[in-house]
Design a protein around this ligand. Structure first.
Ligand code: FDP
Length: 431
């Protein structure tokens, strides 16, 4: 990529060549179907109906399993034009991610443009999941031989996942700017038709775990560009200005997030996201190749006796933080110590914290004055999800979502999880 700046939020970059990828998204269609014996087919038609894009569903007599060749199929349930149902009505009815998105669209929570962007992210996650699963077999473990702008060794899968994620977003035609952990500076997408969303992402977080087949994940956040950026995108004469304005658009506080989420590549592949009305989790069904709603309206327990810190850095920590960690090991008045759980993969550690409660922390220390995690595509999306699930995300003193980024790859300390646990830590740091 033709970029020569340091990722400062007022940096100017040279536009990169656009990548022409045809869309993976299937167009909505009106289906008219007759079927007598096809269980899976009927299931897929039901799902298609559920997604709100099917106008008519004609069902043959379900008691007759086979229609003889040439025999006219008897149509019993003639034509149904009912709106999609909000609740499951049958044990065989699965709520797919696509169907869920369309319901959110119908309810006015998101618009059709954002639906397309989120769908393209789901496609990217499926592709990355498959690459991660086959990494050992396909010789995709190990390093690529380059370092990213932050001086980290890029793994082969870091580079490939970045390409997959970027291509899927480009092909959606709704993304104007993408900023990735693996790119020096944000990239303007030239073939955007509408929407012009700003998407920040870490395509493969926790990739140091890859060679040992330990959990990893992708993290994303979606912002709307400002009016100023949209206006300038139509004006070819000001291309330099467009780039500059759009890069500034990337540097938004988490408060402006329209949506954020992650996909965890673990014993299951789980996509967790929020569009501003709670947190929902979808598990990839390997049989259907679809994300299925499995975690509805996730709420982080108010407290939880699990802490997740890299305690190997203890000697480098501030005394106040050391006292806090010591207090978890010997808590007054219960005397019952907290459990320590640390994978070393933010997505896995955060996912567990969200479901079981507790606190995840990556503090500043003597060597890393601002901690390790990046504000834009790690701390802000996770804090947004935590708040949407009734939890809290803090840098130890203030709400992460209130922090105005100054640089694309800016790092901040992160403490996230159960409200009571994060507040307890804040009290120790303020003492
Ligand atoms: P990784 O370097 O493997 O990509 O920010 C990246 C991250 O992993 C997080 O996923 C993880 O929580 C953290 O770094 C682990 O850092 P430590 O090894 O210093 O604990």
């Amino acid at each position: 990529m033709a970029a020569s700046t340091t990722g400062l939020c007022n940096a100017v970059i040279t536009p990169t060549a656009a990548c022409s990828i045809t869309s993976n998204l299937s167009k909505s269609s009106r289906k008219v179907a007759t079927s007598s014996n096809a269980g899976p087919l009927f299931h897929s038609l039901s799902s298609s109906f559920q997604n709100g894009r099917s106008g008519f569903l004609l069902q043959s007599n379900p008691s007759s399993n086979v229609a003889a060749a040439g025999e006219a199929v008897s149509v019993r349930a003639a034509v149904s034009v009912q709106p999609p149902k909000a609740k499951k009505t049958s044990q065989y009815e699965l709520q797919t991610f696509t169907g869920w998105l369309l319901r959110k669209e119908q309810a006015g929570v998101i618009d059709s443009e954002l639906t397309i962007v989120l769908n393209s992210i789901a496609v990217a996650c499926k592709q990355i999941a498959s690459l991660v699963q086959r990494a050992g077999i396909s010789n995709l473990t190990g390093v690529q031989g380059a370092t990213n702008v932050q001086g980290e060794d890029q793994k082969k899968l870091d580079v490939i996942s970045n390409e997959v994620f970027s291509n899927c977003l480009r092909s959606s035609g709704r993304t104007g700017i993408i900023a990735s952990e693996e790119e020096d500076t944000p990239v303007a997408v030239e073939e955007s038709y509408s929407g012009n969303y700003v998407v920040v992402f870490d395509p493969l977080d926790g990739s140091s775990n890859i060679d040992a087949a330990v959990s990893t994940g992708s993290i994303f956040g979606i912002y709307r560009p400002t009016e100023e950026c949209l206006a300038n995108l139509d004006d070819d004469t000001q291309l330099g200005m467009v780039e500059q304005n759009c890069i500034v658009n990337v540097c938004q506080p988490g408060n402006n997030l329209l949506s954020a989420g992650y996909c965890m590549y673990s014993s299951s592949v789980i996509l967790v996201l929020s569009v501003g009305d709670g947190v929902y989790g979808f598990t990839l069904d390997p049989m259907y190749g679809e994300f299925i709603l499995t975690h509805e309206d996730i709420k982080i327990p108010k407290k939880g006796a699990i802490y997740s810190f890299n305690e190997g850095n203890y000697a480098l920590w501030d005394d106040k933080l050391k006292k806090y960690i010591d207090s978890l090991k010997d808590p007054v008045p219960t005397g019952k110590p907290y459990s320590a759980r640390y994978i070393g993969s933010l997505v896995g550690d955060f996912h567990r914290t969200m479901l079981y409660g507790g606190i995840y922390g990556y503090p500043a220390d003597k060597k890393s004055k601002n901690g390790k995690l990046r504000l834009l595509y790690e701390c802000a999306p996770m804090s947004y999800l935590a708040e949407q699930a009734g939890g809290k995300g803090s840098d130890g003193h203030r709400r992460v979502l209130d922090i105005e980024p100054e640089q694309v790859h800016q790092r901040v300390p992160l403490y996230v999880g159960s409200v009571e646990e994060v507040e307890k830590l804040e009290k120790y740091l303020a003492a």
